[in-house]
Design a protein around this ligand. Structure first.
Ligand SMILES: [Zn+2]
Ligand SMILES: [Zn+2]
Length: 440
């Protein structure tokens, strides 16, 4: 068996790995490193002028040339969940392989929206596989194990090969009180621990963070405190989070309703993730709320909200301060809505710690403060496993070998230190670098 760390082992983003057993290769994730693209655009570059080669050069998508000589052996591309750092490069790289793309129905639905946005038509067959079920690709069984994370239908992917099982755990948290979905499938993970898990590929993002990741229920309580805690009858309320965080959006909708305000979801990416969830009947926001994606309609709605500021809750994109996002345009008065003194702006997220995000977010906060807006920050709990969750996973599945993933070397080392603490040896923990492979 060979393991290829194609992307996401030197940065948080553009995740892509591959497993080769005899003559079969399965690719795991094809993600994007968004900060590289944002940097490029802010430097005056035009995204639509970029070719796949250009995106690779920019560092925005994985460089998959290591797989090129083996491309005929690729039997499938498996996507673990719908975040862009896991699926965002699919429209560019999937054409390199004559193989189907697999993911849970929600992941596939988001991918379809993504393909439309990028104006790409793939020849690859798209196959939706329900959480907690298995699909056979050549002689490898691909199992999707239900998991909690900050978006819907996230799975840990188990590749059952005749050499043993590889478990791919990018991304996850162990949430026992998720707001929408069920608890993680611990039962199956424990079962895997009794089988032959030869390698666990696992995210390292918060391996340094002691304790257990707070549940989504905790984030909901925090949000409730902020949204319902203070009488705010005259002020505008604007809340922002990741557009793919459907559970969080649901909590926002719920508290908006409690305030007797109409909830309005604004922004193209909000619409993308909500539409995908509604088409699978996972939620039904548009029954009570407005979901508006397109620019003209957004402007029209904002004009109306501006006249009746205390009758609405605006839920929008822009929590990272992304230029061109709704919140950025609200703060810089590019939209027909005026932020006023003591309006509430709720950040139900955390700034992704990339230089460009930190800079953008600082700028946004300065603009908001200049308008004397009330800013509520970090009303959030992470979707990623802290150190004790990671320990629990390792204890459950008892892998023979651990491959830290999803971050630069310093983060991978944090996971390695946990594994050493648990009694793993240096031989059993493989620190991979992009593009390198080791034998398991
Ligand atoms: Zn990720
Ligand atoms: Zn994720």
């Amino acid at each position: 068996m060979e393991f290829f760390s194609v992307g996401g082992y030197s940065e948080v983003g553009k995740n892509m790995s591959a497993v080769k057993v005899n003559d079969s290769i399965i690719i795991l994730d094809m993600g994007m490193f968004l900060p590289a693209l944002v940097d490029f655009e802010e430097g005056g570059g035009e995204r639509r002028n970029l070719t796949t080669e250009g995106l690779i050069k920019l560092g925005a998508i994985p460089n998959d040339k290591i797989l090129q000589p083996l491309k005929d052996k690729v039997k499938g591309i498996v996507l673990g969940h719908c975040h862009l750092d896991h699926i965002g490069a699919t429209s560019f790289l999937a054409p390199h392989y004559d193989a189907p793309i697999l993911g849970t129905p929600y992941t596939m639905e988001v991918l379809k929206h993504e393909l439309i946005n990028e104006r790409v038509k793939l020849n690859n067959k798209l196959i939706g596989v329900n959480p907690n079920s298995t699909y056979k690709l050549d002689n490898i069984d691909v199992e999707f194990i239900h998991m909690t994370h900050s978006t819907l239908q996230t799975s840990l992917v188990a590749l059952h090969t005749k050499e043993g099982t590889i478990l791919y755990a990018n991304d996850f948290k162990f949430d026992n009180s998720p707001v929408i979905q069920k608890k993680p499938n611990y039962k199956r993970l424990k079962q895997l621990g009794k089988e032959n898990v030869i390698a666990l590929v696992v995210e390292s993002l918060y391996a340094h963070q002691e304790g257990k990741t707070p549940s989504e229920k905790v984030a909901k309580e925090m949000l409730k405190d902020v949204m319902l805690g203070v009488e705010s009858s005259e002020n505008a309320i604007i809340a922002t989070t990741f557009a793919s965080h459907i559970s969080r959006l649901k909590s926002m909708a719920e508290f908006g309703e409690k305030l007797n305000r109409k909830v309005v979801f604004l922004g193209r990416s909000m619409m993308k993730y909500i539409d995908a969830a509604e088409s699978l009947k996972l939620v039904n926001f548009s029954k009570k709320a407005d979901v508006i994606g397109y620019s003209d309609k957004v402007k029209r709605k904002l004009k109306e909200i501006n006249k009746n500021r205390n009758k609405y809750v605006i839920v929008c994109t822009g929590g990272q301060g992304e230029p061109g996002s709704i919140l950025d345009r609200l703060a810089s008065r590019q939209l027909p809505f005026e932020l006023m003194k003591e309006d509430h702006v709720i950040f139900s997220n955390r700034t992704i710690p990339a230089e460009i995000n930190i800079r953008n977010r600082d700028k946004l906060e300065r603009e908001l403060k200049n308008k004397h807006v009330r800013v509520f920050k970090d009303v959030h709990s992470s979707g990623h496993a802290y150190r004790e969750d990671l320990r629990d996973l390792i204890n459950m599945v008892k892998p023979k070998c651990i491959i830290p993933a999803h971050g630069p070397l310093e983060k991978l080392n944090n996971l390695a230190s946990l594994a050493f603490d648990m009694g793993y040896s240096k031989k059993e923990v493989k620190i991979m670098e992009d593009g390198k492979n080791v034998n398991v």
